[in-house]
Write a new protein. Structure first.
Length: 198
């Protein structure tokens, strides 16, 4: 669990969606392999007959295919978990990545200068996208990858950005000019004429 500062609360947390195109293809591949194993065991797909330790070729082939499909699913699930989890708090945006060793990046709302959403064709169908959050001059960037409904997350981030913006203070932004202390103050000039004595 991410460590929070004093007065910090999590507004929303989310992770990569399984419908992201980077993971979806491996989930589909695992399902296809498992379906092929079931089809072999049911006799819909014929394989050369042989026996090993009393097991027929159909049984062994189906077991191997089902095992490969499950391995593909588990590998994809671990990869999705390692890709990270994201948190939007009332003070900052946090990205955690890793399983055994985690790396944490954070950006406060006052540092954010640009937010960009990118989607490919497949991700648009499933309402999946990537949010790129950058700071001034590109010094730091966080990418919220493969999240569901990126537009809603963007609206939440903008709401907190607006709440952290300071009102424009004209006097503070452009202070009035003051005479430096090392300049001598000019004495007032006496405009009254002196009377001459004769």
């Amino acid at each position: 669990m991410v460590e929070l500062g004093a007065g910090e609360e999590i507004a929303v947390s989310f992770c990569h969606s399984r419908l992201d195109s980077r993971f979806l293809k491996y989930y589909v591949l695992g399902l296809i392999i498992i379906a092929m194993g079931v089809a072999v065991y049911a006799g819909y797909v014929q394989v050369p007959f042989f026996e090993i330790y009393g097991f027929s070729s159909m049984t062994l082939t189906s077991l191997v295919l089902v095992a490969l499909g499950i391995i593909a699913w588990l590998f994809t699930e671990l990869k999705k978990i390692a890709s990270g989890r994201y948190y939007v708090t009332n003070q900052r945006i946090i990205a955690e990545k890793g399983i055994l060793k985690t790396n944490t990046d954070a950006i406060t709302f006052s540092m954010i200068v640009n937010i960009k959403i990118s989607q490919n064709f497949l991700n648009k169908i499933f309402h999946i996208g990537h949010i790129e959050i950058s700071t001034a001059r590109g010094h730091q960037e966080i990418v919220l990858s493969g999240i569901k409904n990126p537009g809603q997350i963007e609206n939440i981030i903008y709401k907190y950005i607006e709440s952290h913006e300071k009102p424009f203070d004209k006097e503070q932004e452009q202070p009035k000019y003051q005479r430096p202390q090392y300049y001598p103050q000019r004495q007032p000039v006496n405009t009254q004429r002196r009377r001459r004595r004769y």
